[in-house]
Design a protein around this ligand. Structure first.
Ligand code: PMP
Length: 420
């Protein structure tokens, strides 16, 4: 057995027999995964006991926080890099560098997978995101650039800067020229993965260092990771019985991929958007127009989402969101106070310590169940995107919330559950 052979090898008096060491060790099939990327995906679904019992339905949450990089974004990072490798755009251990603009989770996932596969990473992010994400990125060896948050139409916006940095990493570009000069527009074209690589001038060598722009917002590999991974996993874990699937949208990859997969298997499954305050998507779903209430009142600049919730909510249309819009049946706008309250409620009743987007998702679950009048075991599935440990400095920091006038009232959820 494995245990016996380890004991034998550790005895100092016995000479090591290298032919024996080289022999493959017998392992129980399915129990050993191959490296850190072997830990990505195949996450469990858990029943949220407090909410399910209070409502008389079954609320199931997919534990994406168990991925090695700590969030649902591991799946996307892995798929983006695998697709690029398959196209020969990234070759391991050639000094190639992956660039991304992100509020954090995707960067951590890319840095994790990149290290495991032999690439360097540059992450460009707004300077107001929770500092623990920056620390994680630095620990993973990523180069981090923090920039002032500005509107997506600004060339200095973090996604636009990441695109530009990838372009400049090579001396000539396979990235289309219009993309480089364009800066950004509301609806950029869906870029195929092959358009995202930047090769050094005159280099036909596959081993030359390349810059690669991961581009989670527009890259279809993001959608594919969920259409071929998360969606089918949920389907088989529920034996094909899902009354509703609820998710927020940051890039739109999760709700588009999982939503379209579940709809393709069962037309009656409702796909529902959980949208934080300050995001325009909820209104896009309800009225066909992308606008945020505060934006309409003229109190804030377009394209900036004003919420303590990180990772979801957006004020522009990405191609991944465009894939989701036709199949979204309903949308709920979730206030910061509701998300904060839900997170506190779940710790108190279930011992679940969740991040802000997960809390938003679960508020939307309660709102949907109430709106539909469900109380007979209907099955609602959502995502636990990441854990509270990514959110100590803002969402889980009572001082920060008070300073920003965000109420911390556990009773908000109790009232929500109690109301008819
Ligand atoms: N939750 C967190 C913590 C995230 O970082 C993200 C992605 N930005 C999401 C949810 C939303 O996922 P998607 O990009 O697939 O819409």
């Amino acid at each position: 057995s494995l245990a016996a052979s380890i004991t034998t090898q550790q005895k100092p008096s016995i000479r090591r027999d290298h032919s024996k060491l080289a022999r493959p060790i017998e392992l129980r099939s399915g129990e050993v995964r191959d490296g850190v990327t072997g830990l990505i995906g195949n996450t469990p679904l858990i029943r949220i006991k407090s909410l399910s019992d209070a409502l008389g339905v079954t609320i199931l949450a997919k534990a994406e926080l168990l991925n090695p990089g700590g969030s649902v974004k591991d799946r996307v990072a892995l798929r983006i890099i695998q697709d690029a490798e398959q196209l020969g755009l990234l070759v391991p251990n050639t000094g190639s560098r992956i660039f991304e603009g992100t509020v954090g989770s995707t960067g951590i996932s890319i840095a994790t997978v990149a290290r495991a596969r032999g690439y360097d990473t540059t992450i460009i992010m707004p300077d107001d995101v929770a500092t623990e994400k920056v620390k994680a990125l630095e620990a993973l060896g990523a180069t981090v650039e923090r920039v002032r948050p500005v509107s997506i139409v600004d060339k200095k916006q973090y996604v636009n800067l990441a695109r530009k940095a990838a372009l400049e990493f090579g001396t000539s570009s396979q990235l289309n020229a219009s993309d480089a000069s364009r800066g950004a527009s509301d609806i950029p074209p869906f870029v195929s993965t092959s358009e995202l690589a930047v090769a050094p001038a005159n280099s036909k060598s596959p081993s030359a260092a390349r810059g690669f722009f991961a581009d989670q917002f527009e890259n279809k590999s993001n959608y594919d990771a969920h259409f071929e991974g998360t969606g089918p996993e949920i389907w088989s874990q529920t034996n094909g019985h899902v009354d509703a699937f609820i998710s927020g949208a940051g890039t739109g990859g999760t709700i588009a991929g999982v939503g379209r997969y579940l709809k393709s298997m069962s037309e009656t499954t409702r796909v529902v958007l959980a949208d934080p305050q300050g995001s325009g998507l909820c209104n896009k779903v309800r009225y066909g127009v992308l606008f945020d209430e505060a934006e309409r009142e003229g109190t804030k600049r377009r394209h900036q989402v004003d919420t303590v919730v990180e990772g979801i909510g957006i004020n522009r249309l990405t191609q991944n969101i465009n894939l989701a819009l036709p199949i979204i049946d309903d949308a709920f706008r979730i206030s910061d106070a509701e998300a904060v309250s839900m997170a506190r409620y779940l710790v108190q009743h279930d011992g679940l310590f969740l991040g802000s987007s997960s809390a938003c998702n679960l508020v939307a679950c309660v709102k949907l169940v109430k709106k539909m009048g469900w109380c007979n075991g209907e099955r609602v599935v959502t995502i636990m995107c990441d854990s509270g440990t990514r959110h100590y400095s803002k969402f889980w920091n009572d001082d920060y919330l008070r300073q920003n006038d965000i109420p911390i009232q556990a009773s908000i959820v109790e009232e929500m559950l109690g109301s008819p």
